[in-house]
Design a protein around this ligand. Structure first.
Ligand SMILES: [Cu+2]
Length: 230
C-alpha cells in the first residue's frame, strides 16, 4: 500500500495521471468519510444596502459570516483528510464574481491553479490576503472573463474585491481530500485511504478542530464536529 502510494504520487506529479491514481487507490480500498459539522449558536449574516453598480449587484446584499442550516448544521466549513494525499483527482477550482458576490463563498482546492471568473460584465478586482502564497491584487475588467492564478501552498486565503467593499470569499488550499460543508453542514470525503486518518475542520470565523477516524475500505465512516463560538 505504502509503496503503491509513493509510486502513484510520483506519477501524478510527473504526468497528470491523477485519474489513474484515483482509480488505483479506490481499487485498493479507499473509504468515505462523512463529516457533519454543527454549530450551536446564531447565524451571522450582515445585510447591507448597495449603491454601486446596482444593475448587477442589486440594491441589497448579504455578507455570510456564519450560515447555520437545518439541525444546526454549519455551512461553508471545510472538512479535510490532509494525510490522504493525492487520493482523489479534483476538477479545476473555480471562483466566480457573480452578482457582486464570490460564488461559492468558500472554494476548496488542492495546491495548484484556480480560475477566477467575472460573470458580471462590470469591473471587479481580485485581492487575496495570503501569507504562505504570494498576494494577488489585480483588476478584473468586464472583458477579462477568466483569469488563472496559482495558489501552491496550503492556506486559507481571504479574498475581497476592492471595487465592491462587501465582497468576501475564501479559497481553502488544502492538500489531501477536502470538501466544503453543504447547507446542512455535511461534507463527504471520498476515496480516503483505509486506516487511521486525521480529519480537520476549518471555518472562517469559528476556527479549527481535528479528530482521528479509522477509515474502512468500501465503507462510510461518520464523524461529527461541534464548532464553538468565539
Ligand atoms: Cu467586485
Amino acid at each position: 500500500m505504502r509503496k503503491a502510494l509513493t509510486i502513484g504520487t510520483a506519477v501524478a506529479l510527473v504526468g497528470g495521471a491523477a485519474m489513474w491514481f484515483a482509480t488505483t487507490v479506490g481499487a485498493q480500498g479507499g473509504g468515505t468519510v462523512e463529516v457533519e459539522v454543527k454549530y450551536n449558536g446564531p447565524a451571522k449574516v450582515d445585510k447591507l444596502k448597495v449603491n454601486k453598480d446596482t444593475e448587477k449587484c442589486g440594491t441589497e446584499t448579504m455578507i455570510e459570516h456564519v450560515v447555520v442550516g437545518a439541525n444546526k448544521g454549519l455551512a461553508n466549513a471545510v472538512a479535510s483528510a490532509p494525510g490522504a494525499k493525492g487520493a482523489k483527482a479534483t476538477a479545476k477550482a473555480v471562483i466566480d464574481q457573480h452578482g457582486c458576490k464570490f460564488v461559492p463563498h468558500v472554494v476548496v482546492m488542492q495546491p495548484g491553479e484556480i480560475e477566477i471568473k467575472n460573470s458580471d460584465d462590470i469591473l471587479h478586482n481580485i485581492h487575496t490576503y495570503s501569507t504562505a502564497n504570494p498576494s494577488i491584487n489585480k483588476a478584473q475588467p468586464k472583458f477579462k472573463k477568466v483569469m488563472t492564478e496559482k495558489l501552491e501552498k496550503p492556506e486559507f486565503v481571504k479574498v475581497t474585491c476592492d471595487v465592491h467593499s462587501w465582497m468576501l470569499g475564501w479559497v481553502a488550499v488544502v492538500p489531501g481530500v477536502a470538501a466544503a460543508t453543504d447547507a446542512n453542514g455535511v461534507a463527504k470525503l471520498e476515496n480516503v485511504p483505509a486506516g487511521k486518518q486525521k480529519i480537520e475542520v476549518w471555518h472562517e470565523t469559528l476556527g479549527k478542530q481535528e479528530k482521528e477516524v479509522d477509515v474502512k475500505a468500501g465503507q462510510t465512516t461518520k464523524v461529527s464536529f461541534e464548532m464553538k463560538g468565539k
